[in-house]
Design a protein around this ligand. Structure first.
Ligand code: HEC
Length: 112
């Protein structure tokens, strides 16, 4: 009987695990406002990145289009955050506030 209870608890715990991971990821992705992120990206990123689907490639086509960035399975909210926290190539004053970072991440991930 005791073993049965222990197995039931272990089973429940293993069922709960993937759920809580999914919930954490979903919660992280929902932090920002994708509409604000798009607005910000149009103003600050579009010189070097294609920001929206169907848009002409960037004037300086050095950065990847955000559609390609979103399609990369390695690009999660966390890896985007790390990237956006480090200095950007040719952009010495590349500093986003917490809110701008969240918004841009929400926008890029909305392209997935
Ligand atoms: C002056 C041009 C320029 C501007 C403006 C610019 N970027 Fe970039 N970005 C680059 C270049 C060049 C790379 C590729 C080299 C690198 O990884 O640093 C890049 C890489 C990236 C990557 C990583 C892509 C990958 O798959 O490795 C992300 C994400 C990104 N930029 C986001 C942004 C965001 C968000 C903005 C606006 C807030 C922005 N960039 C503005 C030039 C720019």
């Amino acid at each position: 009987m005791r073993n049965l209870i222990i197995s039931a608890i272990l089973l429940l715990a293993s069922l709960a695990q993937p759920n809580s991971v999914t919930r954490t990821v979903a919660a992280e992705q929902m932090l920002g406002n994708a509409t604000e992120g798009l607005r910000f990206a149009r103003d600050h990123c579009a010189d070097c990145h294609q920001v929206e689907p169907g848009e002409a490639p960037a004037v300086i086509p050095a950065g990847k289009s955000f559609i390609k960035v979103a399609a990369d399975p390695k690009m999660t909210a966390l890896s985007l955050r790390v990237f956006l926290r480090t200095p950007h190539i040719d952009m010495p004053d590349f500093k986003l506030t917490e809110e701008q970072t969240d918004d841009v991440i929400a926008y890029i991930l909305s392209l997935k």
